[in-house]
Design a protein around this ligand. Sequence first.
Ligand code: ZN
Length: 104
Amino acid sequence: MADLLAAHRHTTNNRAEVEARKVCGCIYCTASFSPMEIVAWSGLDVSSFDDPDSANAGTALCPRCGSEAVIGDKSGYTINQGFLNRMNEAWCERTIVRRPSPKK
Ligand SMILES: [Zn+2]
């Protein structure tokens, strides 16, 4: 369970980590996809969009379901269906930890 807790940290402020990889996955809908498919990042606004410091602070939004629940394999975890299913169970079905409130 500890590894699932640790892995969840990689779903936020993960732009550099996600973009660097060939595959990433969403622990909310358990889809896996190429980072090229990610078209939206939270944590960025127009004023900071060109700021390289803030660019790395972006959080990937899942291109399938829009959740901030994307993890890349650079996090040290192998992104496969089994892993995504385990993360989904831990974070989205059971309530072992309060889910972060959605951003406006
Ligand atoms: Zn998703």
